[in-house]
Design a binder for this molecule. Structure first.
Ligand SMILES: NC(=O)c1ccc[n+]([C@@H]2O[C@H](COP(=O)([O-])OP(=O)(O)OC[C@H]3O[C@@H](n4cnc5c(N)ncnc54)[C@H](OP(=O)(O)O)[C@@H]3O)[C@@H](O)[C@H]2O)c1
Length: 310
C-alpha cells in the first residue's frame, strides 16, 4: 500500500502550525485530469507516463517558508495534476522540497495520482541509508515510485541498496542522475554495466550533446529518460526575452517555454521532461508544451538556427 495513514501524517505536521492549512480535500482535482498530454512508455514495465513533469530543485526550496508560499506551491502541484502531468522530481538536498511535497500530497488526498522521484546522494553508507529513510517520512509515502543515485555519487553501492529496497517494494523503479553534459561518458558506462530503469540528465536546445549517445543508448537498452535543466535554468528565456515567437513556430507552439519543451520531446527517446517552476501560470504553459503536434526534423533544425541567429 502506498499511502501512509492519516494519523501518521497528522503526527508529521503537528506543531508545524500548518494543520488547518493542510486540512483540505482536493479529490476533485484528480477528476479533472486532461488526456491531451502526450504519454510515453516506461520500457521496463510498459507503464505510461505523461511527458511533462515538475522539477523542484530551486522552485521548491524557498528561502522562507510561510502559508502563502506553501499555498502557491500547492497550486503549482495541483496545476500539474489538472493538466495531466504526474512526475515530480525532488531530492533530500533540495532544502524542504520533499517535506513541502509530502504535505501537499497528503493534504490533498491524491498522492497515488503522482509519480514521485527522489534521490540519494551521500557518499557515506550510513548517511545514505538515513537519507533514504527520511525521504519516506518527508514525502509521506510508504512506496516511492523512483529512487535515483544523485550525481553518480557512490553509484555501485547505492544502486545495490536501491535494488534491495525495490525488491522489498519500497521503490518501484531505480535510476541514476547527473546534469553536467561532460559526464556523459560516466552515465553511459553506468547504463552499460548496471540494470537501471531510468537515467536523468541535461538536454535542451542549447546543450544537445545527449542526442549523440545517451538518448540513442537509452532507446536501444530500453531505459527511460528524464530530462533535467530543460530551460538551461531559465537562461534560455534570457536569449528570447526581446524576440517574438516566429510565425512558423506558432504552428506547433504558442510560447517560448513550449518551443523549448517541444524541441526536447520531439526526440522520441525522451520519456519525461521536468521543468521547474514556482508559478501556476508557468506550470500550465509547460504542460501545453506536452500537447499537440511536435516539430518535424526539418523544423527542429530551423529552431536551432533561429536561436543561433538572435
Ligand atoms: N543532478 C540532478 O539530478 C539534477 C540537476 C539539475 C536539475 N535537476 C532537476 O531538474 C529540474 C529542472 O532543472 P532546473 O530547475 O535547474 O532548471 P530549468 O527547469 O531549466 O529552469 C527553471 C527556470 O525556468 C523558469 N520557468 C519555468 N517555466 C517557465 C515558463 N513557462 N516561462 C518562463 N519561465 C519559466 C523558472 O522560473 P519560475 O519559477 O519563475 O517559473 C526557473 O527560473 C530541477 O528542478 C531538478 O528537479 C536534477
Amino acid at each position: 500500500m502506498k499511502k501512509r495513514s492519516r494519523r501518521q501524517f497528522n503526527t508529521l505536521i503537528a506543531g508545524s502550525g500548518l494543520t488547518s492549512f493542510f486540512n483540505l480535500s482536493n479529490k476533485s482535482s484528480a477528476n479533472n485530469l486532461k488526456n491531451k498530454i502526450i504519454k510515453r512508455i516506461i520500457p521496463s514495465t510498459n507503464e505510461l507516463i505523461p511527458i511533462i513533469g515538475l522539477g523542484t530543485s530551486s522552485s521548491f526550496k524557498p528561502s522562507t517558508l510561510n502559508k502563502n508560499i506553501l499555498k502557491n506551491r500547492k497550486n503549482v502541484v495541483e496545476a500539474l495534476l489538472k493538466g495531466g502531468g504526474k512526475l515530480i522530481d525532488t531530492a533530500p538536498s533540495y532544502g524542504k522540497s520533499e517535506k513541502i511535497i509530502g504535505q501537499i500530497l497528503k493534504s490533498s488526498g491524491i498522492e497515488d495520482d503522482f509519480f514521485i522521484a527522489t534521490k540519494v546522494r551521500s557518499n557515506d553508507y550510513n548517511k545514505g541509508i538515513q537519507e533514504m529513510k527520511n525521504s519516506f517520512i518527508d514525502l509521506s509515502q510508504n512506496t516511492i515510485d523512483l529512487i535515483q543515485v544523485h550525481n553518480l555519487v557512490d553509484t555501485k553501492n547505492k544502486l545495490a541498496v536501491c535494488r534491495e529496497w525495490r525488491d522489498e517494494k519500497k521503490y518501484r523503479y531505480i535510476g541514476v542522475t547527473h546534469w553536467l553534459p561532460k559526464i556523459q561518458n560516466n552515465l553511459i558506462s553506468v547504463m552499460n554495466s548496471e540494470k537501471v530503469d531510468f537515467v536523468q540528465f541535461q538536454y535542451n536546445i542549447e546543450n544537445r550533446e545527449a542526442e549523440d549517445r545517451i538518448l540513442p543508448e537509452a532507446k536501444d537498452r530500453g531505459i527511460s529518460t528524464i530530462i533535467n535543466v530543460p530551460f538551461g535554468r531559465g537562461r534560455l528565456f534570457d536569449i528570447t526575452k526581446y524576440t517574438p515567437l516566429p510565425q512558423w513556430a506558432k504552428e506547433f507552439c504558442s510560447s517560448w517555454a513550449q518551443f523549448y519543451l517541444k524541441y526536447i520531446i520531439s526526440n522520441e527517446a525522451v520519456t519525461c521532461v521536468i521543468p521547474a517552476t514556482s508559478k501556476v501560470e508557468n506550470m500550465k504553459d509547460n504542460l501545453k508544451g506536452g500537447e499537440g503536434r511536435l516539430p518535424s526534423k526539418k523544423e527542429r533544425l530551423r529552431m536551432i538556427r533561429f536561436l543561433e541567429e538572435i
